[in-house]
Design a protein around this ligand. Sequence first.
Ligand SMILES: NC(=O)C1=CN([C@@H]2O[C@H](COP(=O)(O)OP(=O)(O)OC[C@H]3O[C@@H](n4cnc5c(N)ncnc54)[C@H](OP(=O)(O)O)[C@@H]3O)[C@@H](O)[C@H]2O)C=CC1
Ligand SMILES: O=C(CO)[C@H](O)[C@H](O)COP(=O)(O)O
Ligand SMILES: [Zn+2]
Length: 341
Amino acid sequence: MLNTVYQLKRPRQFEVAFKEMEIDDRQVIVRPTRLSICHADQRYYQGARAEEILRQKLPMALIHEGIGKVIYDPTGTFEIGTEVVMIPNRPVEKDDIIAENYLRSSKFCASSMDGFLQEYVQAVPDRFVRLPQGINPTVAAYTELVSVSFHAINRFLRFSHERRDVIGVWGDGNLGYITSLLLKKMLPDSKIYIFGVTENKLSDFTFADGTYCVNEIPADMQIDHAFECVGGGAASKAINQIIDCIHPEGTISILGVSEDPAPINTRMVLEKGLRIFGSSRSGRSDYEGLLQLYEEHPEVVSYLENIMGAEVEVRDVKDITRAFEMDIHKLMGKTVMIWNE
Ligand SMILES: NC(=O)C1=CN([C@@H]2O[C@H](COP(=O)(O)OP(=O)(O)OC[C@H]3O[C@@H](n4cnc5c(N)ncnc54)[C@H](OP(=O)(O)O)[C@@H]3O)[C@@H](O)[C@H]2O)C=CC1
Ligand SMILES: O=C(CO)[C@H](O)[C@H](O)COP(=O)(O)O
Ligand SMILES: [Zn+2]
């Protein structure tokens, strides 16, 4: 069967490729319906990655956040028409210690293989998770991003000491919003403070116990632990500010992606005995845990509706380009492409 794949050929230029998709009795085929744009996609689209990386990876279909409908399942796992979230991580081995998203052998859609911008997505059944009935499909489209926060928070619970009275989240963008919202839900007794740069964005964090502009942090601010959700060139400033505000023996969870090494105040990391850990991507168990949280706390999905941005009907390369350009110029929120519906 012939599949239409919408690949980024070079920065700001998509092209259509037709690829043979071999149908077998092991793999499910899903028709993607809503696709959400991630910062990582924008780095490829805008050519913000190193030239050598772009040369290695392109042409490649972008998008690793999305949902779709099952159209073929020889394994009998799903009924035809079932709405599923697609898992972009593609492990090829299992390990008792190392999670699927950290195995160096795993592939990842829209990073080391084609992403979801295709007419059909094919994978073994455990790369799809059934969505709860009636869930807002646009919010469901960015489940992958939310699963990254869920994953990082669960690791934080393993790595951090138990005094979690005040947790700071640096970053007033989408990942900061999602991480602080899940922290509030998963650790209801902790105070969650958000540290950002734009008053307008900070005012959206209505569930938080406090919001602060990073240029006006009170001199006596002290936090037990922190999450960095900034990335890019500002990550270093954010991490160093965290190091200044955090109590000794606190834990810092790094989530932001930076192209260049971020210098940090290691002297103070040592003096305060801090633990710093990074998290990237997520695995099937994170999706399952998160969807269960959605069912138990439907208000989480309602809060996630606050970061719905533009919804763009997409049929061809021109529409895809328009969606990516709109996403660049947004103030906040997730841009979702309505695809193939
Ligand atoms: N680890 C993982 O698996 C994942 C990592 N990411 C990464 O996380 C990062 C954030 O993603 P996302 O939320 O979507 O991006 P956003 O751009 O929406 O969020 C970053 C926010 O941080 C703000 N900011 C800038 N400087 C500072 C500062 N010094 N202190 C606090 N906040 C600051 C930005 O403001 P302004 O826009 O005004 O500069 C922006 O609002 C990206 O690097 C992304 O690639 C995303 C998904 C998964
Ligand atoms: O967004 C992400 C996960 O949701 C990660 O940032 C992304 O996987 C990083 O990939 P790449 O190395 O291709 O930038
Ligand atoms: Zn992403």
